[in-house]
Design a protein. Structure first.
Length: 404
């Protein structure tokens, strides 16, 4: 295989060795360009590996049209980017690296059980090496210089230097889990060239509820399964976890945009919990009518609704409405805040889409493109985050290779 680094091919510098940057590096090297990836940490793909600690959702089995709707205001752009590098293309990419995938019952796409995320990253890095992609780890980007230049610091030697590539792709990530390298410090460098970044905010994170000491002691951590949670006209089903600081779980994460908007108007923001989303109103009323005089709440909820601990304690803690039907199907939960950015799965904020053109090139700096979580979009967990990063990386790479 020819190694583009030894040819006089145009040079593309990619800053940030996460999934968006590395996929762009692969596509650009496959297009015959010389590619250098600069990453401030000692290794690339740290957040990609962290994503693998829980259920590692590479993407989702949903069709592209409904898939794109998960990106909120950025949906029209994502519909195009997903058509270019689709969930099916992502699965094929993993298969080409020797990693099979399967679609779980929830639609989430996981690597086959025998493959760890580190296996995928290792196979990927081998492929990038074969393609001649030059990885420069422990190199921190320090900002722009002149019309084309990028200033870096070699963290091993402390030496600063400038590179003047033919095109640049910034793929520096968002601002959650800063220990993985995605610390959001880059906003300063974009602001220096007149790009106003949206402040970062936690996305896909837990919600804070001020429980009494009694509740924390009695309940501790406890799951509530097969529930539905609503906020701001959106309802999400799934399982939540009661914790000593509030709530965690997929439905809570998915509602962070609505909670953030409601909290901006003042705390508390209200979540409404439906403990029996599969029961219709008639069925609920029929079961409520079965309660015998003198029967305790705990015993009645257990026998009529199969609702056991900690539900009775939760209803008491939240001063549930006297109307038990309302309490079971729309229990108001006061949320005082979101968990900190450092622990969030992803972040909202970053470079507004108004600052890039249709190819993801910065309007204020020709030949400089952006991809991944550093753009101001958010999406729920379930494979939408990684797919969004891969698709934007592939989209920017296509534009760069066409330009060069
Ligand atoms: C706990 C957790 C679980 C997750 N689970 C999933 C999941 O199951 N499915 C899913 O789809 N998504 C998941 N995600 C989200 C997913 O990992 C991210 O959306 C994705 O990694 C973002 O990719 P990126 O390429 O945009 O940026 P990142 O992966 O954040 O990479 C950016 C890189 O840029 C580097 N960088 C930053 N500044 C500089 C600088 N000045 N100089 C040089 N380098 C710099 C950073 O060190 C970093 O390596 C999870 C995230 C977390 C934290």
């Amino acid at each position: 295989m020819s190694n583009p680094s030894t040819t006089s091919a145009p040079l593309v510098v990619i800053v940030g060795g996460g999934p968006a940057g590395l996929l762009a590096a692969q596509h650009l090297a496959e297009a015959g360009l010389r590619v250098q990836v600069f990453e401030q940490k000692a290794t690339v793909g740290r957040k990609f590996l962290v994503a693998g600690h829980g259920g590692f959702n590479l993407t989702n089995g949903e069709d592209i049209a409904p898939f794109a709707q998960h990106y909120g205001a950025a949906a029209p752009f994502f519909a195009r980017a997903l058509a270019h590098f689709s969930p099916a293309a992502l699965r094929q990419w993993a298969a080409d690296l020797g990693i099979g995938t399967f679609v779980g019952t929830s639609g989430r796409v996981f690597p086959d059980a025998q493959h760890k995320p580190a296996d995928l990253l290792r196979a990927w890095l081998r492929h990038l090496q074969d393609l001649g992609v030059e990885l420069r780890t422990r190199h921190r980007w320090l900002g722009f210089v002149g019309e084309r230049g990028l200033r870096f610091c070699n963290e091993a030697t402390g030496a600063a230097f400038v590179v003047e590539p033919d095109a640049t792709l910034l793929a520096l990530g968002g601002a959650s889990w800063p220990q993985t390298g995605s610390n959001g410090h880059w906003t300063t460098f974009l602001q220096e060239i007149g790009i106003p970044c949206q402040p970062f905010a936690p996305s896909n994170c837990g919600a804070e509820v001020t429980w009494s000491s009694f509740f924390k002691e009695k309940v501790g951590r406890a799951p509530l399964k097969n529930i539905a949670l609503s906020c701001g006209g959106h309802t999400v089903r799934g399982e939540i976890m009661l914790t000593d600081y509030g709530l965690e779980g997929t439905p809570v994460y998915a509602l962070t945009p609505q909670l953030r908007a409601a909290l901006a108007a003042g705390a508390p923001a209200w979540l409404h919990l439906n403990l029996k989303p599969n029961l219709g109103p008639t069925d609920t009323q029929r079961r409520l009518a079965r309660r015998r005089p003198g029967e305790s709440l705990a015993s009645f909820l257990g026998s009529a609704f199969s609702l056991k601990a900690p539900v009775p304690t939760l209803l008491r803690e939240l001063n549930a409405p006297a109307d038990l039907g309302a309490a079971l199907t729309a229990l108001p939960i006061p949320v005082m805040g979101l968990r900190p950015l450092d622990e969030a799965i992803s972040s909202a904020g970053g470079i507004p889409f108004s600052e890039v053109d249709a190819n993801l090139m910065l309007r204020r700096r020709p030949d400089t493109f952006v991809a991944g979580e550093m753009l101001d979009w958010e999406a729920p967990t379930g494979g939408y985050l990684l797919q969004g990063c891969f698709s934007t990386g592939a989209w920017a790479a296509k534009a760069i290779s066409q330009n060069l």
